[in-house]
Design a protein around this ligand. Structure first.
Ligand code: 3SL
Length: 264
C-alpha cells in the first residue's frame, strides 16, 4: 500500500526523502501557483533556479522570460516576479521562463534527488492528485514554507492531498504525524481557506504589499490541468508530453542510461 508523507520544510527533507517516492513541491503563496499558471497560459518550459545570479546566464536567450522575486517583490531590473496574475497573458505562449523565488525554487532545488518531482498548488489540485493515483507510488508533499520555517498555506495543501488520497477510495496509508497534522488542519480550514489563513504570516506579508487578488487566486482550486514535472533541469507540463506513461518511460530510460554509464 503506498504511503503519503508530508515534510514541513526543505531543511527537513533529507530526513524523509527516499527513492521510489514522488515528491510534490508546493509553495501556494505564490511560486508553485505562478508556475502552474504560466503553463496554463502556454509557457513552453520553466527553469527554476535558486539564486538571482543564476538567471543572468539566460537573460539574453531568445524567447526567454526572466523572473526574480525576493520578499514578495520583483527584484529590481526584472520584468517578472512571482505573481500568478502576471502570467495570465497570451503573449507568453511558446516562450520559456527562468525563475527564482524566495522559497519555492529553493524547495525544488532541495528535492532534486527525488526520482519524480511534480509541482503542486490548489490551482492544479485535481490534476496533481489524479497523476499521483496513476503513478501509484509513495508520495511526499514537500512544503516550501518560509525560509525553512513551517507555514500554514502549504500545510493546508498537503492536508488536502492526504485527504484526497486517503478518503476518496484510494488506499494510501500515512505513517507520519506531519501527514496526520496536515489532514487535521485542512479539515478545519477547508470550508474557507482564506478566512482560516486570516492571521497567517505570509498572507499578511502579501496583503501589506496589496496582493489580495493574488491571495484569492492562489487559494482557488482547479484552474488548470497542467502538471509541471522536473526533468533535466527544467519543468515541463506532463499533459503536453505524453502524460504519465511517457514520464515513467523517460525515467526508466534515463535510469538505464545512467546505470550503463556507471557500468562502462
Ligand atoms: O517564497 C516564494 O517562493 C514566493 O512564493 C514568495 S512570494 O509569495 O512571492 O512573496
Amino acid at each position: 500500500m503506498p504511503i503519503v508523507k508530508v515534510c514541513f520544510s526543505p531543511q527537513l527533507y533529507p530526513l524523509y526523502a527516499q527513492d521510489e517516492s514522488v515528491t510534490v513541491v508546493v509553495d501556494i503563496l505564490r511560486a508553485t501557483t505562478a508556475i502552474c499558471t504560466a503553463f496554463e497560459y502556454g509557457i513552453d518550459y520553466v527553469i527554476p533556479v535558486p539564486q538571482v545570479e543564476d538567471t543572468y546566464f539566460y537573460k539574453n536567450e531568445e524567447d526567454m522570460l526572466v523572473a526574480a522575486e525576493r520578499g514578495g517583490e520583483i527584484v529590481e531590473g526584472f520584468e517578472f516576479g512571482n505573481s500568478p496574475l502576471s502570467y495570465m497573458r497570451d503573449d507568453i505562449r511558446g516562450k520559456k521562463l527562468v525563475i527564482t523565488t524566495t522559497n519555492g525554487t529553493q524547495a525544488i532545488e532541495a528535492a532534486r534527488g527525488s526520482e519524480f518531482i511534480l509541482i503542486g498548488a490548489f490551482v492544479n489540485f485535481t490534476a496533481i492528485c489524479d497523476a499521483l493515483v496513476e503513478l501509484d507510488r509513495d508520495v511526499m508533499v514537500l512544503c516550501a514554507g518560509w525560509k525553512n520555517r513551517f507555514n500554514l498555506e502549504d500545510t493546508l495543501f498537503a492536508g488536502a492531498v492526504v485527504e484526497y488520497l486517503k478518503d476518496r477510495g484510494f488506499s494510501y496509508a500515512t505513517d507520519s504525524d506531519a501527514a496526520i497534522a496536515s489532514l487535521t488542519l485542512y479539515k478545519s480550514a477547508k470550508n474557507d481557506l482564506n478566512a482560516y489563513l486570516e492571521e497567517s504570516s505570509h498572507r499578511n506579508r502579501l496583503a501589506r504589499l496589496q496582493l489580495e487578488k493574488d491571495i484569492d487566486y492562489c487559494l482557488s482550486f482547479d484552474k488548470t490541468r497542467a502538471i509541471p514535472y522536473f526533468t533535466e533541469g527544467r519543468l515541463i507540463d506532463v499533459t503536453r508530453s505524453g502524460g504519465i506513461p511517457a514520464m515513467l518511460a523517460a525515467t526508466v530510460s534515463a535510469t538505464t542510461h545512467n546505470l550503463n554509464g556507471r557500468d562502462a
